[in-house]
Ligand binder design. Sequence first.
Ligand code: GUN
Ligand code: ZN
Length: 435
Amino acid sequence: MTEILLRGRVLTFHDEPLEGEASTDTYAYIEDGGLLIRNGKIVALDDYSALRAGEGRNVEVVDHHPHLIVPGFIDCHIHYPQMQVIGSYAGALLEWLDKYTFVEEQKFANQGHPERIASAFFDELIRHGTTTAAAYCSVHKASVQAFFTEAHKRNMRMVAGKVMMDRNAPSGLLDTPQSGYDETKALINEWHGKGRQLYVITPRFAPTSTPEQLEMSGALVREFPQLHVQTHLCENMAEIAFVAELFPWSRDYTNVYEHYGLLGPKTLLGHCIHLTDAEIGAIANSKSVAVFCPTSNLFIGSGLFDLGRLKKSNVRNALATDVGGGTSYSMLRTMDEGYKILNIQGQRYHPLRSFYQATLGNARALSLDGVIGSFKPGVEADCVVLDARATSAMRVRMETIETLVEELMLLQTMGDDRSVAEVYVTGKASKSTLT
Ligand code: GUN
Ligand code: ZN
Protein backbone atom coordinates (compact mmCIF):
# COMPACT_ATOMS: atom_id res chain seq x y z
CA MET A 1 0.00 0.00 0.00
CA THR A 2 1.40 3.39 -0.94
CA GLU A 3 0.17 6.43 0.89
CA ILE A 4 1.08 10.10 0.64
CA LEU A 5 -0.30 13.19 2.34
CA LEU A 6 0.02 16.39 0.32
CA ARG A 7 -0.13 19.60 2.32
CA GLY A 8 -0.83 22.98 0.80
CA ARG A 9 -3.55 25.41 -0.18
CA VAL A 10 -6.03 23.07 -1.81
CA LEU A 11 -8.73 24.06 -4.31
CA THR A 12 -11.26 21.74 -5.95
CA PHE A 13 -14.70 22.20 -7.53
CA HIS A 14 -18.02 20.41 -6.92
CA ASP A 15 -19.92 22.31 -9.59
CA GLU A 16 -19.69 25.16 -12.09
CA PRO A 17 -19.34 28.52 -10.32
CA LEU A 18 -22.02 30.95 -11.42
CA GLU A 19 -20.91 34.27 -12.83
CA GLY A 20 -19.77 36.66 -10.11
CA GLU A 21 -20.56 34.08 -7.45
CA ALA A 22 -18.43 34.47 -4.34
CA SER A 23 -20.17 31.66 -2.48
CA THR A 24 -18.14 28.56 -1.78
CA ASP A 25 -21.03 26.24 -2.66
CA THR A 26 -19.39 25.24 -5.90
CA TYR A 27 -15.86 24.73 -4.64
CA ALA A 28 -13.77 23.86 -1.60
CA TYR A 29 -10.70 25.88 -0.70
CA ILE A 30 -8.63 24.98 2.35
CA GLU A 31 -5.70 27.25 3.34
CA ASP A 32 -3.87 24.57 5.30
CA GLY A 33 -5.30 21.63 3.44
CA GLY A 34 -4.35 18.00 3.39
CA LEU A 35 -4.95 15.63 0.52
CA LEU A 36 -4.58 12.01 1.49
CA ILE A 37 -3.78 9.67 -1.40
CA ARG A 38 -3.69 5.89 -1.17
CA ASN A 39 -2.90 3.53 -4.04
CA GLY A 40 -3.23 6.34 -6.56
CA LYS A 41 -6.67 7.54 -5.45
CA ILE A 42 -7.96 10.36 -3.31
CA VAL A 43 -8.94 9.10 0.14
CA ALA A 44 -9.74 12.38 1.88
CA LEU A 45 -9.49 16.15 1.62
CA ASP A 46 -9.59 18.02 4.92
CA ASP A 47 -7.68 20.39 7.15
CA TYR A 48 -4.13 19.16 7.28
CA SER A 49 -4.18 18.93 11.08
CA ALA A 50 -7.30 16.73 11.05
CA LEU A 51 -5.80 14.33 8.53
CA ARG A 52 -2.40 14.29 10.22
CA ALA A 53 -3.98 13.42 13.57
CA GLY A 54 -5.89 10.50 12.07
CA GLU A 55 -2.91 9.02 10.26
CA GLY A 56 -0.04 6.98 11.59
CA ARG A 57 3.46 8.44 11.73
CA ASN A 58 4.51 6.52 8.68
CA VAL A 59 2.57 8.50 6.11
CA GLU A 60 4.85 10.53 3.82
CA VAL A 61 4.00 14.24 4.00
CA VAL A 62 4.95 16.67 1.23
CA ASP A 63 4.36 20.30 2.13
CA HIS A 64 3.68 22.53 -0.89
CA HIS A 65 2.93 25.78 0.94
CA PRO A 66 2.58 28.52 -0.17
CA HIS A 67 1.54 26.92 -3.45
CA LEU A 68 -1.93 25.94 -4.60
CA ILE A 69 -2.85 22.29 -5.20
CA VAL A 70 -5.61 21.76 -7.80
CA PRO A 71 -6.73 18.73 -9.82
CA GLY A 72 -4.52 18.01 -12.86
CA PHE A 73 -5.52 19.96 -15.96
CA ILE A 74 -7.53 18.26 -18.69
CA ASP A 75 -7.07 19.25 -22.35
CA CYS A 76 -10.08 18.21 -24.45
CA HIS A 77 -8.55 18.61 -27.95
CA ILE A 78 -4.90 18.30 -28.96
CA HIS A 79 -2.95 16.83 -31.90
CA TYR A 80 0.20 15.07 -30.79
CA PRO A 81 1.60 14.72 -34.38
CA GLN A 82 1.63 18.50 -34.61
CA MET A 83 4.45 19.17 -32.14
CA GLN A 84 6.56 20.32 -35.07
CA VAL A 85 3.75 22.36 -36.65
CA ILE A 86 3.23 24.94 -33.87
CA GLY A 87 3.94 28.47 -35.02
CA SER A 88 3.75 27.78 -38.78
CA TYR A 89 3.16 30.94 -40.79
CA ALA A 90 -0.04 30.47 -42.75
CA GLY A 91 -3.26 32.17 -43.66
CA ALA A 92 -6.40 30.35 -42.69
CA LEU A 93 -7.22 26.73 -41.84
CA LEU A 94 -7.16 25.01 -45.24
CA GLU A 95 -3.84 26.55 -46.26
CA TRP A 96 -2.40 25.76 -42.83
CA LEU A 97 -3.47 22.12 -43.16
CA ASP A 98 -2.13 21.71 -46.73
CA LYS A 99 1.13 23.56 -46.33
CA TYR A 100 2.29 22.40 -42.93
CA THR A 101 0.07 19.97 -41.07
CA PHE A 102 -0.44 17.35 -43.76
CA VAL A 103 3.26 17.53 -44.61
CA GLU A 104 4.32 17.01 -41.00
CA GLU A 105 1.86 14.23 -40.24
CA GLN A 106 3.27 12.12 -43.08
CA LYS A 107 6.47 11.74 -41.07
CA PHE A 108 4.61 9.45 -38.70
CA ALA A 109 5.10 6.70 -41.28
CA ASN A 110 8.85 6.87 -40.54
CA GLN A 111 10.44 4.32 -38.26
CA GLY A 112 11.04 5.71 -34.75
CA HIS A 113 9.39 9.08 -35.35
CA PRO A 114 6.09 8.40 -33.52
CA GLU A 115 7.96 7.03 -30.49
CA ARG A 116 10.29 10.03 -30.27
CA ILE A 117 7.47 12.57 -30.61
CA ALA A 118 5.18 10.69 -28.19
CA SER A 119 7.85 10.76 -25.52
CA ALA A 120 8.45 14.50 -26.04
CA PHE A 121 4.70 15.11 -26.06
CA PHE A 122 4.08 13.54 -22.66
CA ASP A 123 7.05 15.39 -21.19
CA GLU A 124 5.44 18.61 -22.41
CA LEU A 125 2.01 17.75 -21.00
CA ILE A 126 3.53 17.06 -17.60
CA ARG A 127 5.67 20.19 -17.71
CA HIS A 128 2.46 22.20 -18.25
CA GLY A 129 0.37 20.44 -15.60
CA THR A 130 -1.88 18.54 -18.01
CA THR A 131 -2.59 15.03 -16.78
CA THR A 132 -5.36 14.01 -19.20
CA ALA A 133 -5.92 14.87 -22.87
CA ALA A 134 -8.29 13.94 -25.67
CA ALA A 135 -5.73 13.55 -28.44
CA TYR A 136 -5.67 13.05 -32.19
CA CYS A 137 -2.98 10.73 -33.46
CA SER A 138 -2.07 10.60 -37.18
CA VAL A 139 -3.68 8.27 -39.72
CA HIS A 140 -0.92 5.72 -39.08
CA LYS A 141 -1.64 2.89 -36.69
CA ALA A 142 1.94 3.14 -35.41
CA SER A 143 1.28 6.66 -34.19
CA VAL A 144 -1.47 5.33 -31.91
CA GLN A 145 0.71 2.45 -30.72
CA ALA A 146 3.48 4.87 -29.78
CA PHE A 147 1.03 7.22 -28.07
CA PHE A 148 -0.71 4.64 -25.90
CA THR A 149 2.51 2.78 -25.14
CA GLU A 150 4.01 5.97 -23.72
CA ALA A 151 0.81 7.00 -21.86
CA HIS A 152 0.47 3.52 -20.37
CA LYS A 153 4.10 3.52 -19.26
CA ARG A 154 3.49 6.81 -17.45
CA ASN A 155 0.08 5.65 -16.18
CA MET A 156 -1.59 8.80 -17.52
CA ARG A 157 -5.31 8.77 -18.33
CA MET A 158 -5.56 9.50 -22.02
CA VAL A 159 -8.33 9.50 -24.61
CA ALA A 160 -6.85 9.07 -28.09
CA GLY A 161 -7.48 7.67 -31.54
CA LYS A 162 -6.19 7.26 -35.07
CA VAL A 163 -7.61 9.85 -37.45
CA MET A 164 -9.61 8.34 -40.28
CA MET A 165 -9.23 10.29 -43.53
CA ASP A 166 -9.68 8.93 -47.05
CA ARG A 167 -9.79 11.96 -49.36
CA ASN A 168 -8.60 15.54 -49.91
CA ALA A 169 -5.17 15.01 -48.40
CA PRO A 170 -1.81 13.67 -49.69
CA SER A 171 -1.88 9.97 -50.53
CA GLY A 172 0.56 9.24 -47.69
CA LEU A 173 -2.12 10.31 -45.24
CA LEU A 174 -5.08 8.39 -46.64
CA ASP A 175 -6.67 5.22 -45.37
CA THR A 176 -9.79 3.64 -46.86
CA PRO A 177 -13.23 3.15 -45.33
CA GLN A 178 -12.35 -0.51 -44.73
CA SER A 179 -8.78 -0.06 -43.46
CA GLY A 180 -9.85 2.86 -41.26
CA TYR A 181 -12.55 0.66 -39.76
CA ASP A 182 -10.32 -2.41 -39.36
CA GLU A 183 -7.40 -0.54 -37.83
CA THR A 184 -9.66 1.40 -35.49
CA LYS A 185 -11.29 -1.81 -34.33
CA ALA A 186 -7.93 -3.51 -33.77
CA LEU A 187 -6.70 -0.49 -31.77
CA ILE A 188 -9.89 -0.44 -29.68
CA ASN A 189 -9.42 -4.10 -28.86
CA GLU A 190 -5.80 -3.60 -27.94
CA TRP A 191 -6.00 -0.35 -26.00
CA HIS A 192 -9.47 0.66 -24.82
CA GLY A 193 -9.62 0.03 -21.10
CA LYS A 194 -6.00 -1.10 -20.84
CA GLY A 195 -4.84 0.58 -17.63
CA ARG A 196 -6.06 4.16 -17.88
CA GLN A 197 -6.26 4.31 -21.69
CA LEU A 198 -9.47 5.12 -23.56
CA TYR A 199 -10.00 4.96 -27.31
CA VAL A 200 -11.84 7.72 -29.20
CA ILE A 201 -13.34 7.11 -32.66
CA THR A 202 -11.77 9.87 -34.78
CA PRO A 203 -12.99 10.79 -38.27
CA ARG A 204 -10.77 13.87 -38.77
CA PHE A 205 -13.49 16.12 -40.23
CA ALA A 206 -16.09 15.90 -43.00
CA PRO A 207 -13.84 17.32 -45.79
CA THR A 208 -11.32 14.47 -45.47
CA SER A 209 -13.82 11.59 -45.28
CA THR A 210 -15.97 10.11 -48.04
CA PRO A 211 -19.61 9.30 -47.27
CA GLU A 212 -18.49 5.63 -47.11
CA GLN A 213 -15.93 6.41 -44.41
CA LEU A 214 -18.42 8.41 -42.35
CA GLU A 215 -20.80 5.47 -42.71
CA MET A 216 -18.10 3.14 -41.34
CA SER A 217 -17.40 5.61 -38.51
CA GLY A 218 -21.10 5.46 -37.62
CA ALA A 219 -20.91 1.67 -37.66
CA LEU A 220 -18.03 1.82 -35.15
CA VAL A 221 -20.10 4.13 -32.91
CA ARG A 222 -23.00 1.66 -33.01
CA GLU A 223 -20.67 -1.24 -32.24
CA PHE A 224 -18.86 0.60 -29.43
CA PRO A 225 -21.45 3.02 -28.01
CA GLN A 226 -19.46 3.55 -24.83
CA LEU A 227 -16.54 5.12 -26.74
CA HIS A 228 -15.89 8.80 -27.30
CA VAL A 229 -16.05 10.33 -30.80
CA GLN A 230 -14.00 13.38 -31.79
CA THR A 231 -13.95 15.53 -34.90
CA HIS A 232 -13.86 19.16 -36.07
CA LEU A 233 -16.89 21.34 -36.84
CA CYS A 234 -17.47 24.81 -38.27
CA GLU A 235 -14.02 26.22 -37.60
CA ASN A 236 -13.68 28.27 -40.77
CA MET A 237 -15.97 29.69 -43.49
CA ALA A 238 -14.08 28.12 -46.44
CA GLU A 239 -14.23 24.75 -44.67
CA ILE A 240 -18.00 25.13 -44.24
CA ALA A 241 -18.45 26.02 -47.94
CA PHE A 242 -16.35 22.96 -48.90
CA VAL A 243 -18.57 20.69 -46.78
CA ALA A 244 -21.67 22.12 -48.48
CA GLU A 245 -20.11 21.21 -51.86
CA LEU A 246 -19.10 17.71 -50.76
CA PHE A 247 -22.42 16.88 -49.08
CA PRO A 248 -24.96 18.83 -51.18
CA TRP A 249 -27.93 17.05 -49.57
CA SER A 250 -27.01 18.22 -46.05
CA ARG A 251 -28.98 20.91 -44.20
CA ASP A 252 -25.66 22.18 -42.84
CA TYR A 253 -22.26 20.92 -41.63
CA THR A 254 -23.58 19.55 -38.33
CA ASN A 255 -26.23 17.63 -40.25
CA VAL A 256 -23.49 15.60 -41.96
CA TYR A 257 -22.30 14.22 -38.60
CA GLU A 258 -25.91 13.85 -37.45
CA HIS A 259 -26.78 11.89 -40.60
CA TYR A 260 -24.02 9.33 -39.99
CA GLY A 261 -24.87 8.87 -36.31
CA LEU A 262 -21.79 10.63 -35.01
CA LEU A 263 -23.42 13.03 -32.54
CA GLY A 264 -24.10 12.07 -28.92
CA PRO A 265 -23.09 12.66 -25.30
CA LYS A 266 -19.58 11.23 -25.87
CA THR A 267 -18.93 13.36 -29.00
CA LEU A 268 -16.36 16.15 -28.84
CA LEU A 269 -16.73 18.77 -31.58
CA GLY A 270 -13.64 20.92 -31.98
CA HIS A 271 -14.16 24.65 -32.56
CA CYS A 272 -17.92 25.17 -33.22
CA ILE A 273 -17.38 28.82 -34.13
CA HIS A 274 -19.69 29.49 -37.09
CA LEU A 275 -22.93 27.72 -36.23
CA THR A 276 -26.50 28.41 -37.30
CA ASP A 277 -29.35 28.22 -34.78
CA ALA A 278 -30.41 24.89 -36.30
CA GLU A 279 -26.92 23.49 -35.74
CA ILE A 280 -26.87 24.69 -32.15
CA GLY A 281 -30.23 22.99 -31.65
CA ALA A 282 -28.91 19.70 -33.08
CA ILE A 283 -25.78 19.84 -30.93
CA ALA A 284 -27.79 20.63 -27.80
CA ASN A 285 -30.34 17.87 -28.46
CA SER A 286 -27.63 15.29 -28.98
CA LYS A 287 -25.77 16.45 -25.82
CA SER A 288 -22.55 16.64 -27.84
CA VAL A 289 -19.77 18.87 -26.54
CA ALA A 290 -18.53 22.06 -28.23
CA VAL A 291 -14.78 22.38 -27.61
CA PHE A 292 -13.39 25.91 -27.27
CA CYS A 293 -9.78 26.18 -28.55
CA PRO A 294 -8.85 29.84 -27.93
CA THR A 295 -5.15 30.01 -28.89
CA SER A 296 -5.83 28.10 -32.09
CA ASN A 297 -8.87 30.16 -33.06
CA LEU A 298 -6.83 33.35 -32.75
CA PHE A 299 -3.66 31.97 -34.34
CA ILE A 300 -5.35 30.46 -37.41
CA GLY A 301 -7.72 33.41 -37.48
CA SER A 302 -10.80 31.20 -37.35
CA GLY A 303 -13.07 33.47 -35.32
CA LEU A 304 -14.56 34.02 -31.88
CA PHE A 305 -16.22 31.16 -29.99
CA ASP A 306 -19.54 32.43 -28.66
CA LEU A 307 -19.84 30.66 -25.32
CA GLY A 308 -22.77 32.83 -24.19
CA ARG A 309 -24.89 31.84 -27.21
CA LEU A 310 -24.08 28.14 -26.78
CA LYS A 311 -24.82 28.20 -23.05
CA LYS A 312 -28.19 29.84 -23.66
CA SER A 313 -29.09 26.74 -25.66
CA ASN A 314 -27.60 24.44 -23.00
CA VAL A 315 -24.81 23.19 -25.24
CA ARG A 316 -22.16 21.38 -23.21
CA ASN A 317 -18.69 22.85 -23.62
CA ALA A 318 -15.03 22.11 -22.99
CA LEU A 319 -11.72 23.97 -23.16
CA ALA A 320 -8.64 22.86 -25.09
CA THR A 321 -5.29 23.89 -26.54
CA ASP A 322 -5.59 22.38 -30.05
CA VAL A 323 -1.81 22.22 -30.39
CA GLY A 324 -0.41 22.60 -33.12
CA GLY A 325 -3.06 25.05 -34.44
CA GLY A 326 -2.98 26.17 -30.82
CA THR A 327 0.15 27.95 -29.72
CA SER A 328 0.68 26.67 -26.17
CA TYR A 329 0.45 23.41 -24.25
CA SER A 330 -0.51 25.41 -21.19
CA MET A 331 -4.10 25.37 -19.97
CA LEU A 332 -3.24 28.59 -18.09
CA ARG A 333 -2.33 30.32 -21.37
CA THR A 334 -5.49 28.79 -22.86
CA MET A 335 -7.68 30.22 -20.07
CA ASP A 336 -6.08 33.63 -20.66
CA GLU A 337 -6.79 33.64 -24.39
CA GLY A 338 -10.29 32.30 -23.71
CA TYR A 339 -10.88 35.17 -21.32
CA LYS A 340 -9.83 37.66 -24.00
CA ILE A 341 -12.02 36.09 -26.70
CA LEU A 342 -15.07 36.21 -24.44
CA ASN A 343 -14.27 39.66 -23.06
CA ILE A 344 -14.09 41.16 -26.55
CA GLN A 345 -17.62 39.82 -27.13
CA GLY A 346 -18.83 41.44 -23.91
CA GLN A 347 -18.93 38.12 -22.06
CA ARG A 348 -17.43 37.65 -18.62
CA TYR A 349 -15.30 34.63 -17.78
CA HIS A 350 -14.61 34.57 -14.07
CA PRO A 351 -11.30 32.92 -13.08
CA LEU A 352 -13.16 30.47 -10.86
CA ARG A 353 -15.03 29.38 -13.97
CA SER A 354 -11.92 28.89 -16.06
CA PHE A 355 -10.21 26.83 -13.32
CA TYR A 356 -13.44 24.83 -12.95
CA GLN A 357 -13.48 24.30 -16.72
CA ALA A 358 -9.88 23.09 -16.97
CA THR A 359 -10.55 20.55 -14.19
CA LEU A 360 -14.04 19.29 -13.28
CA GLY A 361 -15.73 21.02 -16.25
CA ASN A 362 -13.56 19.20 -18.77
CA ALA A 363 -13.93 15.94 -16.81
CA ARG A 364 -17.70 16.35 -17.14
CA ALA A 365 -17.35 17.13 -20.84
CA LEU A 366 -15.56 13.79 -21.17
CA SER A 367 -18.14 12.07 -18.93
CA LEU A 368 -15.21 11.24 -16.66
CA ASP A 369 -16.23 13.17 -13.53
CA GLY A 370 -16.00 10.70 -10.67
CA VAL A 371 -12.83 9.38 -12.33
CA ILE A 372 -10.69 12.53 -12.73
CA GLY A 373 -10.99 16.31 -12.34
CA SER A 374 -11.65 16.73 -8.63
CA PHE A 375 -10.50 15.69 -5.15
CA LYS A 376 -13.63 13.72 -4.28
CA PRO A 377 -12.75 10.49 -2.44
CA GLY A 378 -12.28 7.66 -4.92
CA VAL A 379 -11.16 9.91 -7.78
CA GLU A 380 -7.78 9.20 -9.40
CA ALA A 381 -5.15 11.35 -7.74
CA ASP A 382 -3.85 13.56 -10.54
CA CYS A 383 -2.86 16.97 -9.17
CA VAL A 384 -0.97 20.05 -10.19
CA VAL A 385 0.86 22.35 -7.77
CA LEU A 386 0.77 25.99 -8.90
CA ASP A 387 3.19 28.74 -7.95
CA ALA A 388 1.76 32.24 -8.41
CA ARG A 389 5.22 33.74 -7.70
CA ALA A 390 7.04 31.77 -10.38
CA THR A 391 8.52 34.79 -12.17
CA SER A 392 9.87 38.11 -10.94
CA ALA A 393 6.96 39.97 -12.55
CA MET A 394 4.46 37.64 -10.87
CA ARG A 395 6.21 38.08 -7.51
CA VAL A 396 5.85 41.85 -7.74
CA ARG A 397 2.20 41.54 -8.76
CA MET A 398 1.50 39.11 -5.91
CA GLU A 399 2.52 41.81 -3.40
CA THR A 400 -0.84 43.51 -3.97
CA ILE A 401 -2.97 40.39 -4.28
CA GLU A 402 -5.23 39.59 -1.35
CA THR A 403 -7.75 36.98 -2.42
CA LEU A 404 -7.81 33.52 -3.97
CA VAL A 405 -9.78 34.83 -6.95
CA GLU A 406 -7.17 37.52 -7.63
CA GLU A 407 -4.43 34.91 -7.44
CA LEU A 408 -6.25 32.63 -9.91
CA MET A 409 -6.67 35.57 -12.27
CA LEU A 410 -2.93 36.27 -12.04
CA LEU A 411 -2.08 32.60 -12.62
CA GLN A 412 -4.19 32.48 -15.78
CA THR A 413 -2.99 35.86 -17.03
CA MET A 414 0.75 35.55 -16.44
CA GLY A 415 1.22 31.86 -15.69
CA ASP A 416 2.64 29.12 -17.90
CA ASP A 417 4.82 26.06 -17.36
CA ARG A 418 7.02 28.06 -14.98
CA SER A 419 4.06 28.23 -12.59
CA VAL A 420 3.76 24.46 -12.48
CA ALA A 421 5.82 23.53 -9.44
CA GLU A 422 4.93 19.83 -9.38
CA VAL A 423 2.54 17.39 -10.99
CA TYR A 424 1.23 14.18 -9.44
CA VAL A 425 -0.02 11.36 -11.63
CA THR A 426 -1.96 8.87 -9.50
CA GLY A 427 -0.16 10.27 -6.49
CA LYS A 428 3.36 10.01 -7.94
CA ALA A 429 5.47 13.14 -8.40
CA SER A 430 6.19 13.49 -12.13
CA LYS A 431 7.46 16.95 -13.03
CA SER A 432 10.50 16.73 -10.81
CA THR A 433 11.57 13.53 -12.58
CA LEU A 434 11.65 15.16 -16.04
CA THR A 435 15.05 15.94 -17.48
N1 GUN B 1 -9.57 20.52 -39.06
C1 GUN B 1 -9.20 19.33 -39.56
N2 GUN B 1 -7.98 18.97 -39.10
C2 GUN B 1 -7.60 19.95 -38.28
C3 GUN B 1 -6.42 20.15 -37.51
O1 GUN B 1 -5.49 19.34 -37.48
N3 GUN B 1 -6.38 21.31 -36.78
C4 GUN B 1 -7.38 22.20 -36.78
N4 GUN B 1 -7.27 23.30 -36.04
N5 GUN B 1 -8.48 22.05 -37.52
C5 GUN B 1 -8.60 20.93 -38.25
ZN1 ZN C 1 -7.91 20.08 -34.00
